[in-house]
Design a protein around this ligand. Structure first.
Ligand SMILES: *[C@@H]1O[C@H](CO)[C@@H](O)[C@H](O)[C@H]1NC(C)=O
Ligand SMILES: *[C@@H]1O[C@H](CO)[C@@H](O)[C@H](O)[C@H]1NC(C)=O
Ligand SMILES: *[C@@H]1O[C@H](CO)[C@@H](O)[C@H](O)[C@H]1NC(C)=O
Ligand SMILES: *[C@@H]1O[C@H](CO)[C@@H](O)[C@H](O)[C@H]1NC(C)=O
Ligand SMILES: *[C@@H]1O[C@H](CO)[C@@H](O)[C@H](O)[C@H]1NC(C)=O
Ligand SMILES: *[C@@H]1O[C@H](CO)[C@@H](O)[C@H](O)[C@H]1NC(C)=O
Ligand SMILES: *[C@@H]1O[C@H](CO)[C@@H](O)[C@H](O)[C@H]1NC(C)=O
Ligand SMILES: *[C@@H]1O[C@H](CO)[C@@H](O)[C@H](O)[C@H]1NC(C)=O
Ligand SMILES: *[C@@H]1O[C@H](CO)[C@@H](O)[C@H](O)[C@H]1NC(C)=O
Ligand SMILES: *[C@@H]1O[C@H](CO)[C@@H](O)[C@H](O)[C@H]1NC(C)=O
Ligand SMILES: *[C@@H]1O[C@H](CO)[C@@H](O)[C@H](O)[C@H]1NC(C)=O
Length: 498
């Protein structure tokens, strides 16, 4: 399954899938809209937070797109990122994202890295890391609400372990799944729990004779594979484990209180389709009466053997009655227009009366009506090309914000390129630009004559320089006419900054 976690940088023709611009150095996958209800996001206020990565992604990085497909911001300076989200810490909004190296050498879909907090100026202001020799894993960075002072992170740590009970070596190697709750301000570890201490090998669906894991420290046995952590208001934790196909509730003293799914489920199903396989992103919803999760339906344990339990990946809401110990499916969100299982990754997140499902390993981002489960919006990261959907382009989780709650203020001014008598302008990260005004003048210190005001027409807007004098500058305006920023003054003759 080494190929599953792709960190290689693609070369040559594959880079053709990326968008490039005249006025900006960003290189980014397009966000291709496949279906859209007229009722969905009529004013294009939604912003999708995406980290495209995979073998066909020449420049992995983070990107923000609007629901009309328009790029708002991209940055590839930190390379691979995962779990890009907007969260609050200490009363302030931060864009949070995991960056680092994958553990290709460990043969697992895990990472060694750190989580960066970026302010609304897109400045990296803080890093948060697990207290773990290998760093923070890429799977979770969940700031605990409503206090917004601590964060739940995953990590893993290779340790020696006797694996003979499952057909492995006595002197084998185990990938110990670690969950920690960290005080963001101090870095103190408030909760530290490991799979080695609590989950027996017998719960794993990872078959050692198929994967060959566990014989070397650099390919340790990934028995449990934690991929999400949530906390309830009583202080218990909920973790999702891909390789035991179960969700665990863990008390603050570390005791496992119950298991949902997997080989030792404590729950009785009411009705159909409550089971899930290789699931991701388990979260309490609806006053902690239901769990949402992404049911991948499939996994690969070695590259020649796909373990597929369901033909299609879906987002699910499960009603969990912790007194009667029953579980019942209440909502299911099916992908459209395409339909497939997902080998890995994925997310389910409600926003208002909609639910956003990210299909992870298949790069679909789809929004549904929460009430009716009807599809409202469907997009694919990259071109609409199915041959890129199994390792070419993926996105770990899809999150959303909106221009009504987030305002991006880049520190750089709008950037301009003058080409063939036209002015191209973009302002990477500015969320509230509605139009641009081109100014001109005969001296670099007096560029005050208005040439044209044109509506913003995408990430980059083209303005005819007709009627301009020797020097130009461009101002970015909000819908209410306020000037949000001004470019440098450029020489029209050669496009250099005056
Ligand atoms: C600004 O635009 C110029 C082209 O005019 C380009 O060379 C440069 O890379 C751009 N800067 C950024 C930060 O995109
Ligand atoms: C893992 O380590 C062994 C030696 O212990 C070496 O032979 C093998 O090439 C290493 N594999 C990787 C993927 O680094
Ligand atoms: C955070 O970590 C990144 C990646 O390791 C590093 O480039 C950056 O300098 C760090 N920033 C801070 C504020 O520590
Ligand atoms: C914590 O953040 C959430 C948004 O994620 C916000 O609704 C809530 O008010 C914040 N709590 C505090 C104490 O600031
Ligand atoms: C977390 O627990 C593991 C296993 O008990 C231990 O090895 C590790 O040192 C602990 N880490 C911290 C930061 O307490
Ligand atoms: C593991 O896979 C092998 C080969 O397919 C099979 O013979 C064996 O029964 C499997 N073991 C378990 C515990 O499923
Ligand atoms: C751990 O906490 C649970 C739930 O609060 C409790 O039922 C259990 O007895 C505790 N176990 C120990 C060893 O304290
Ligand atoms: C559950 O699935 C079975 C088999 O597909 C079907 O016959 C039955 O009607 C379903 N039950 C409900 C409550 O949907
Ligand atoms: C689809 O992607 C494949 C790469 O996997 C590429 O060879 C092919 O040309 C692409 N098709 C189109 C129509 O771009
Ligand atoms: C600036 O240029 C405008 C014409 O574009 C002119 O009317 C104005 O007097 C100039 N101002 C100064 C201070 O030179
Ligand atoms: C104009 O719009 C901008 C961007 O949305 C906003 O920051 C500013 O407060 C508005 N100004 C007025 C006067 O409404």
């Amino acid at each position: 399954m080494r190929w599953l976690f792709s960190l290689t940088v693609a070369v040559g023709a594959q880079a053709l899938f990326e968008q490039t611009f005249r006025s900006s150095s960003v290189v980014v996958q397009p966000f291709t809209i496949l279906e859209r209800s007229p009722l969905y996001d009529p004013h294009n206020t939604n912003l999708f937070l995406i980290c495209p990565n995979g073998q066909a992604v020449a420049e992995p990085g983070a990107a923000i797109y609007k629901s009309n497909g328009e790029l708002v911001w991209a940055d590839s300076s930190f390379g691979n990122c995962y779990d890009f989200n907007l969260q609050e810490y200490n009363g302030e909004q931060f864009l949070t994202l995991w960056v680092g190296a994958g553990s290709a050498a460990v043969g697992q879909q895990m990472g060694f890295g750190t989580v960066m907090l970026m302010n609304s100026n897109y400045e990296l202001v803080m890093n948060v890391s697990a207290v773990n020799p290998e760093g923070t894993d890429l799977h979770e960075f969940n700031i605990v609400k409503p206090e917004n002072k601590t964060v739940l992170v995953t990590a893993f740590h290779t340790i020696p372990m006797d694996l003979s009970s499952i057909g492995g070596p006595v002197d084998g190697w185990y990938s110990n799944g670690v969950i920690q709750e960290i005080d963001i301000a101090t870095g103190d570890v408030l909760f530290n729990w490991t799979t080695y201490d609590h989950i027996p090998l017998s719960e794993s669906y990872n078959n050692i004779s198929l994967t060959g894991q566990g014989f070397e420290a650099n390919n340790s046995f990934d028995a449990v594979h934690i991929n999400s952590i949530d906390k309830d208001r009583e202080g218990n934790y909920i973790i999702s484990a891909r390789h035991s196909q179960a969700i665990y509730k863990i008390a603050a003293n570390g005791t496992i209180l119950w298991r949902l799914g997997g080989k030792m489920s404590d729950f009785t199903a009411i009705g159909n389709d409550t089971e899930f396989h290789f699931q991701h992103h388990a979260r309490w919803r609806l006053d902690e009466s239901e769990l949402s999760l992404f049911d991948d339906g499939a996994a690969v344990f070695i590259s020649t053997v796909n373990v597929i339990d369901e033909p299609v990946a879906t987002g699910k809401y499960l009603k969990v009655d912790q007194e009667k110990m029953t579980v019942e499916l209440t909502k299911r969100f099916f992908p459209s227009p395409n339909s497939n299982y997902a080998l890995a990754e994925g997310s389910v997140e409600p926003y208002g009366d909609t639910v956003l499902v990210g299909y992870g390993w298949v790069p679909w981002v789809e929004a549904y009506s929460f009430d009716t489960q009807e599809l409202l919006f469907s997009a694919v990261i990259g071109p609409n090309n199915a041959s890129l959907w199994d390792g070419g382009i993926g996105n770990y989780r899809a999150y959303q914000t909106s221009t009504l709650e987030f305002t991006g203020h880049p520190t750089q001014p709008p950037n301009v390129s003058v080409t063939g008598g036209d002015v191209y302008v973009s302002w990477n990260g500015a969320t509230h630009v509605s139009s641009y005004t081109l100014f001109t003048g005969n001296s670099a210190t007096n560029v005050s004559k208005k040439v044209a005001r044109v509506p913003k027409s995408g990430f980059e807007t083209k303005i005819s320089a007709k009627g301009s004098q020797n020097f130009i500058a461009v101002a970015a305006l909000a819908a209410n006419g306020t000037t949000l920023g001004k470019s440098a003054v450029y020489k029209l003759s050669d496009g250099t900054i005056a």
